[in-house]
Design a protein around this ligand. Structure first.
Ligand SMILES: *[C@@H]1O[C@H](CO)[C@@H](O)[C@H](O)[C@H]1NC(C)=O
Ligand SMILES: *[C@@H]1O[C@H](CO)[C@@H](O)[C@H](O)[C@H]1NC(C)=O
Length: 300
């Protein structure tokens, strides 16, 4: 009899803890893909250290589509995917790399009927926009990228054919940005007369938002965009910290609410774009993917 009670208790406890071990999803950066060995081993490492299962979400063919598929389309696909993976149905955490953070946040804000996101760990995300195109190089891709940019980043054609055009915010061209840019103004709830309260509510419902900035980031201009900081309108050198932007002060997406509730971690790590050390991974990512991090939800 006593044995039976212990067995039942053990099963209940096991059910309780395993039910709250949330899986995580990875949204990769531009030009990367889920089958690349670097990304695979990173996801495996996070799984191993956190004890939670990781899923890499792929959009179309990966690398090419990450450059050339507009974010409205990428978001639709990502939204379908997170709803389709049954392991995520009790909630999950997100780890975003660079551009993947735009997608991760779009899924949180825009995806109707999706499972709940608990923690969002963002590594080098261009959250407030970038003032110039990410470094590309000189391959075949980049010839096309350069050609598209020369056509005008806010033209309809480029907006429909170059993903980063969806989050390029030229600080000296704010009017053109507000008129022509098809993604970031909506994601950041920037339109003057139609703020969407649902986006705010969804983003503000995160348990933890971890914003990792790379001290020597040369890809994101300015690097403070990782913390929602950005150039002051009209300026190419004065960077406002997040707290001094209107997005924060008027709480357009719930960042201020989250911050005032003590749920935002602004992390500054050494290294260039996405160059994170194992020590920092263990300190700033793994704790938000572990069981204890998700169980925390029960106590509040
Ligand atoms: C949904 O999942 C099934 C199998 O698990 C797969 O065959 C299908 O392609 C998925 N659909 C999407 C949109 O990812
Ligand atoms: C980030 O850390 C470095 C030192 O490690 C420091 O010099 C720099 O001011 C920090 N940046 C911010 C915004 O805290």
């Amino acid at each position: 009899m006593a044995n039976l009670i212990i067995l039942i208790l053990a099963l209940v406890f096991w059910g309780f803890t395993s039910a709250y071990s949330l899986p995580f999803v990875v949204f990769h950066g531009i030009g990367d893909k889920c089958t690349n060995s670097g990304l695979k081993s990173f996801t495996n490492l996070l799984s191993k250290w956190s004890g939670s299962k990781g899923h890499c979400i792929e959009i179309g063919n990966g690398a090419g589509d990450s450059w050339f598929m507009p974010f409205t389309k990428q978001t639709e696909i990502a939204c379908e995917q997170v709803k389709n993976i049954s392991a995520l149905s009790h909630g999950y955490n997100i780890v975003g790399f660079s551009q993947g953070n735009i997608l991760g946040r779009a899924v949180i804000e825009f995806c109707e009927g999706a499972p709940k996101v608990n923690n969002f760990v963002s590594l080098g995300g261009p959250h407030a926009g970038i003032a110039s195109i990410p470094f590309c190089g000189s391959g075949g891709f980049c010839i096309l990228v350069d050609y598209l940019i020369k056509l005008g980043v806010y033209s309809k054609y480029v907006q429909e054919h170059l993903a980063p055009a969806g989050y390029i915010k030229i600080p000296t061209g704010i009017n053109q940005y507000m008129k022509g840019c098809k993604f970031l103004p909506q994601l950041n709830n920037e339109y003057k007369d139609h703020k969407n309260a649902v986006y705010t509510k969804r983003f503000a419902s995160l348990q933890n938002l971890v914003l990792i900035m790379f001290e020597d980031d040369k890809v994101l201009v300015p690097k403070e965009t990782s913390w929602f900081g950005y150039f002051s309108d009209g300026s190419r050198d004065k960077v406002l910290p997040a707290q001094e932007t209107t997005l924060y002060q008027e709480d357009w997406i719930g960042l201020r609410s989250l911050d005032e509730a003590g749920r935002v971690q602004y992390i500054n790590v050494s290294g260039g774009h996405l160059e994170i050390s194992n020590i920092d991974i263990k300190k700033y990512i793994v704790p938000y993917l572990e069981r204890s991090a998700s169980r925390y939800r029960l106590s509040i």
